[in-house]
Every structure is written in C-alpha cells, then in structure tokens.
Design a protein around this ligand. Sequence first.
Ligand SMILES: [Zn+2]
Length: 89
Amino acid sequence: MKPDTGKYRRIFESISPDEIKELNRLNDEEQQRQAKAFKEGYENRICYLCNKPFKTISTNNPCLHWLLRQCKFKKKIFQKYMPNMAMGI
Ligand SMILES: [Zn+2]
C-alpha cells in the first residue's frame, strides 16, 4: 500500500510555528533525559530501558541493549527477535 504523503503534509502544515517550537523543546528534553539515563546506567552496566545488566539476554524481553554486544548476542537471535531492524542490515 502506497503511503498517503499528502495526508502527512497536511498534518505538518496545520502545526503552528509555536507548536513546532514546543514539540522541539519537548523532544530535546526527552533526548536529554534518555542520554542522562543511558550514561548513568552505562556506568553501572545496567540498561536504562529494561533495567537489567548489559550481560543479560532475556528472550522474553528483547531489548536494544543486546546491540551493545556485552551479552552472548548472536546474529540469529537478532533476526528472530528484531526482524524489522534486521531488514536494514
Ligand atoms: Zn535493555
């Protein structure tokens, strides 16, 4: 199915400059929060996303920290649990 790009264009065009400024501010705050959480977790070898040690690999809870490759990460695990991401490799 082809995406309706006009629909998204209309949405973006309906947002006022002040709303864009506020959305950017909120996005910047969230990025700063995540960067701080990552750094704090990294110092303790704990993932800020799942709160488990980086060396942990839990197939019940796939997590991006696997990509740091501090656990026993294998390509086939990646393909099984993160197929959408694997498409880009
Ligand atoms: Zn994690």
